[in-house]
Design a protein around this ligand. Structure first.
Ligand code: PEP
Ligand code: MN
Length: 357
């Protein structure tokens, strides 16, 4: 049995419930001027939720670790002067207490913190008895259970205005991304908790300005609920994550060009198409089971003639032939290879069973 989340709408005051919910602001609050300058520009462009890191989790010591509580009054000023809601990252119960005392509207848990259940539990305990909206970033490692676990811990502390932020995952492979999105994990989270708002963070996924627009579009195409984007009045001189921050006016352009398609569960023509898919899936299952039956007959023959189950030349022949055929039919050869590897391994499993009967 999957554990459930008890959710209520985020219900952010003054913010309409339309996609995407946009949260923007600098990676870090650096100076009062930088915070106010950025915030004013964002507010003028219609941004309603302002983010800024006050406590910064840095990979190595010695970098800029955030201004700490000194910067909290700057967020208060943002709220008072622009009317935007404010959001910041919390990693300890002390952060939670200080941020809530300063009237920060939304708290988020950073990727490094989500990876540590002790820290998440401490934060959950500190949140108990409040009605704060909390957003939980995915853990740095691609572990959906850890992400789910963190959401459950915060939820069990009575926080129901809960959302998730998908910021991509660390990878040992060289990719164009700083943190590859691995979209399937966010999609699986949505499958588990269909009412959980999931916000995409293209800044930390891409790590580069030019990737923010395409990732944001992909997020909308996949039906996610919002975007958290780092924006700075002078990105090149930012004290953290300089390469991925954009000017407020650039963010405005990106949002302007975004195509937001309606996310509707079903329409008549969509359910027609889904019926076709269901029928094709039935055919696929029929064919697969026929293929397995023939394969079992081969096993009986091999047994009779005392032959080994796997003949590698035959296996390579199948993989090569179908990879080429797949490509001709517009499928990637990697995909076809994966499918045939799976079919072959089930076929071998069934043959071995017969050989040992
Ligand atoms: C951030 O939002 O600035 C941040 C530190 O992000 P993450 O926790 O996703 O690395
Ligand atoms: Mn950042």
């Amino acid at each position: 049995m999957e554990q459930e989340l008890t959710l209520s709408p985020l219900a952010l005051p003054g913010i309409e419930n339309t996609r995407p919910l946009v949260i923007a602001g600098p990676c870090s609050a650096e100076t009062e001027e930088q915070v106010m300058d950025t915030a004013r520009q964002l507010a003028n462009n219609g941004i309603k939720v302002f983010r800024a890191g006050i406590w910064k989790p840095r990979t190595k010591p010695g970098g800029f670790e955030g201004k700490g509580i000194e910067a909290l009054p700057w967020l208060q000023r943002v709220k008072a002067e622009t009317g935007m809601l404010t959001a910041t990252e919390v990693a300890t119960p002390q952060h939670v207490e200080a941020a809530l005392k300063a009237g920060v509207d939304i708290l988020w848990i950073g990727a490094r913190t989500t990876a540590n259940p002790f820290s998440v539990q401490d934060i959950a305990d500190a949140l108990r008895g409040t009605d704060t909206p909390v957003l939980v970033k995915n853990p740095v490692n691609p572990d959906i259970e850890l992400w789910t676990g963190a959401l459950l811990r915060i939820n069990r502390a009575g926080i129901t205005r809960l959302g998730a932020i998908h910021r991509g995952f660390s990878s040992v492979d060289q990719t164009i991304y700083r943190n590859p999105p691995m979209w399937h994990l966010a999609i699986e989270l949505k499958r588990r908790f269909p009412h959980l708002a999931i916000i995409t963070d293209p800044s930390h996924m891409g790590g580069r300005r030019d990737l923010i627009a395409p990732i944001s579009q992909q997020s909308m195409d996949l039906g996610f609920d919002g975007l958290m984007i780092e924006s700075h009045c002078n990105p090149d001189c930012a004290w953290s994550d300089a390469k991925q921050q954009v000017l407020p006016e650039v963010l405005d352009l990106i949002l302007d060009r975004l195509v937001v398609r309606d996310y509707v569960e079903t329409t008549e023509s969509l359910s027609q198409l889904r019926k076709q898919i269901d029928e094709l899936d039935n055919d696929l299952m029929d064919l697969l089971s026929k293929r397995m039956r023939v394969s079992r007959e081969i096993a009986a023959y091999k047994k009779q003639h005392n032959m080994a189950v796997v003949q590698t030349t035959r296996y390579s022949e199948i993989l090569d032939k179908r990879a080429v055929q797949g490509q001709l039919c517009g499928m990637s050869s990697d995909f076809v290879k994966t499918v045939y590897e799976a079919i072959h391994s089930e076929s071998v499993r069934q043959q071995v069973e017969i050989m040992n009967k």
